[in-house]
Design a protein around this ligand. Structure first.
Ligand code: FES
Ligand code: FE
Length: 411
C-alpha cells in the first residue's frame, strides 16, 4: 500500500506528537531527504575540526556523503564525495588531511577546491575542466560550519547568520581546537533525537546534567511544578546577576526565538547552577584556559538551537556542538564535539574525562530514551499524544518540519 504523505501531513493535530509513519516509514524518510535535508542549511562541523589547509571532515546525510575541506587559500570548500570518473566514494575516513583529493580506484586526483588536476591515461580529447567534483554551498557562522545541498539555499540564512554571529564571535570558536569528538548511533528516527532535545520535561533522567543545568528549561513561571520552584528562584537570581556581567562585557544576551522560519533558530544566554561556570558536578570550570579573554569563567552558557539538526552550548571555557545526521528511518547519528582554547593542554588545563563526562552521560541517557520512544511508536497500539506546555519547542519543531514538507509537496 502506498502512503498518502500529503494526507498524513494535512491531518496532523497541532499540540500532539506525529503519527507513526513519520518516524518509521521509508517513504517519509525519503520525503525528509527531499524536503528538509537537501534543502536546508545543515550543521556539519566546527571550524576547529579543520584548522590547516588540506584538513577535511566528511559527513553523511542519508545517502549523500559530503567533504568539507580547507583549501590551499584557507577557505572552506564543500564537495560531493563522489568521483567524477565512475562514481567511487573518494574519502572514506571521517576526517584527515590531504594534499590533493585522490580517488583510490583509478587515481583521479582533485585539488582541494574540487577541480580535477589529473586523470591518468585519458585520451587527448579529455577536458579535465568538465570533471571537477560537484560543489555544495558552505558557510561558517562564527566558527560553526553549515552546508546546503540545494541549488538555491533558503534565502533567509544570511540574515539569520548576521544575528547569530555577534553572540558567537566573542567566544572565538573559529580558533578553538577539538578536545574530543564522540559519534553515537541512536536506534531511532532523526526527529525523535531532535524532539528529545527540545524539552526538559524528561530532565530527571539526567542526574549528572541537572546538577549544573537548570531543569526549569522550557517552563513558563506560571506552569512550574512545585518541586522546580526553588531551582527557578535560584535561576532568576543568577540570571539577573549574569545580565549585569553581560552588559559590562558587551555580550549580547537577548533571547531570540524564531523556530518556525526556514532557517529556524533560538539563541539565548542562560545561567548555570552551583558555581555557574561549566557542566561539571560542582559547576566549576572544566578547562582552566578560557576560550577568550574573559575576566570571569562565570558566564553560564550560550545556547543555540538550529532547525533541523543541531544544538550548541558555548561557555566561557569550552563549547560543545551537537550535529544530528540521518542514516535510515530508524537510525540516526549524533555527533558531539568538545572545543577548547587552541593552547589548552590536556592534563594541564583540562582533564578530558571531567570535560566530557556530563554530556557523554546525558547523550547515553537520551539515546536510551529515544530508542524507547522509537520502539513504542512502531507498535500498532501507538497513537499521537498531547504535549505538555513545557514541550512547546517540540511542537514548534514539528510545525517547522511539516511546513517544509508542505512547501515541498506543493512544488
Ligand atoms: Fe574514481 Fe575511477 S572511480 S578514479
Ligand atoms: Fe535529554
Amino acid at each position: 500500500m502506498t502512503l498518502d504523505t500529503a494526507d498524513l501531513v494535512d491531518r496532523r493535530i497541532p499540540g500532539r506528537s506525529l503519527e507513526a509513519p513519520f518516524y518509521a516509514s521509508r517513504e517519509v524518510f525519503d520525503l525528509d531527504l527531499a524536503a528538509v535535508w537537501t534543502r536546508q542549511w545543515i550543521f556539519v562541523a566546527a571550524e576547529g575540526e579543520l584548522p590547516e589547509p588540506g584538513d577535511y571532515v566528511t559527513a553523511a546525510i542519508g545517502p549523500y556523503s559530503i567533504i568539507v575541506v580547507r583549501d590551499d587559500d584557507e577557505n572552506l570548500t564543500a564537495l560531493h564525495n563522489v568521483c567524477r570518473h565512475r562514481g567511487a566514494r573518494i574519502l572514506t575516513e571521517e576526517r584527515g588531511s590531504v594534499g590533493n583529493i585522490v580517488c583510490g580506484y583509478h587515481k583521479w586526483t582533485y585539488r582541494t577546491d574540487g577541480s580535477l588536476l589529473h586523470a591518468p591515461a585519458q585520451d587527448g580529447g579529455f577536458d579535465p575542466a568538465c570533471f571537477g567534483l560537484k560543489t555544495v554551498h558552505v558557510r561558517s557562522v562564527g566558527g560553526l560550519v553549515f552546508v546546503c545541498l540545494a541549488e538555491d539555499p533558503p534565502p533567509d540564512f544570511a540574515e539569520v547568520a548576521s544575528r547569530i554571529e555577534p553572540y558567537l564571535l566573542p567566544h572565538r570558536l573559529r580558533e578553538a581546537k577539538v578536545a574530543a569528538r564522540v559519534d553515537l548511533v541512536e536506534d531511532c528516527n532523526w526527529k525523535l533525537t531532535m524532539e528529545n532535545n527540545r524539552e526538559c520535561y524528561h530532565c530527571d533522567g539526567h542526574p549528572e546534567l541537572v546538577r549544573s543545568f537548570f531543569p526549569t528549561y522550557g517552563y513558563r513561571e506560571d506552569q512550574l511544578p512545585p518541586p522546580l520552584r526553588p531551582a527557578y528562584e535560584r535561576y532568576c537570581r543568577v540570571r539577573a546577576e549574569l545580565r549585569e556581567t553581560y552588559d559590562r562585557l558587551g555580550l549580547p544576551y537577548e533571547t531570540i526565538e524564531e523556530l518556525t522560519r526556514p532557517s529556524g533558530f533560538r539563541i539565548e544566554r542562560e545561567p548555570l547552577d552551583l558555581a555557574g561556570e561549566s557542566f561539571t558536578p560542582d559547576g566549576t570550570a572544566a578547562c582552566r584556559r578560557l576560550l577568550a579573554d574573559f575576566p570571569t569563567a562565570r558566564l553560564g552558557h550560550l545556547s543555540l538551537h538550529w532547525q533541523p539538526n543541531a544544538w550548541f552550548h558555548v561557555l566561557s571555557e569550552h563549547a560543545i556542538t551537537f550535529a544530528v545526521l540521518p542514516i535510515a528511518p530508524d537510525r540516526t547519528l549524533l555527533r558531539t564535539t568538545w572545543l577548547v582554547h587552541p593552547d589548552a593542554e590536556e592534563g594541564v588545563d583540562y582533564d578530558l574525562g571531567r570535560l566530557t563526562k556530563v554530556w557523554t552521560a546525558t547523550n547515553e541517557q537520551d539515546a536510551d530514551l529515544v530508542t524507547r520512544a522509537q520502539c513504542g511508536i512502531t507498535s500498532p497500539a501507538y497513537e499521537p499524544g498531547p504535549y505538555a506546555p513545557s514541550e512547546y519547542q517540540v511542537d514548534a519543531f514539528c510545525t517547522w518540519y511539516l511546513t517544509r514538507l508542505r512547501e515541498h509537496l506543493r512544488r
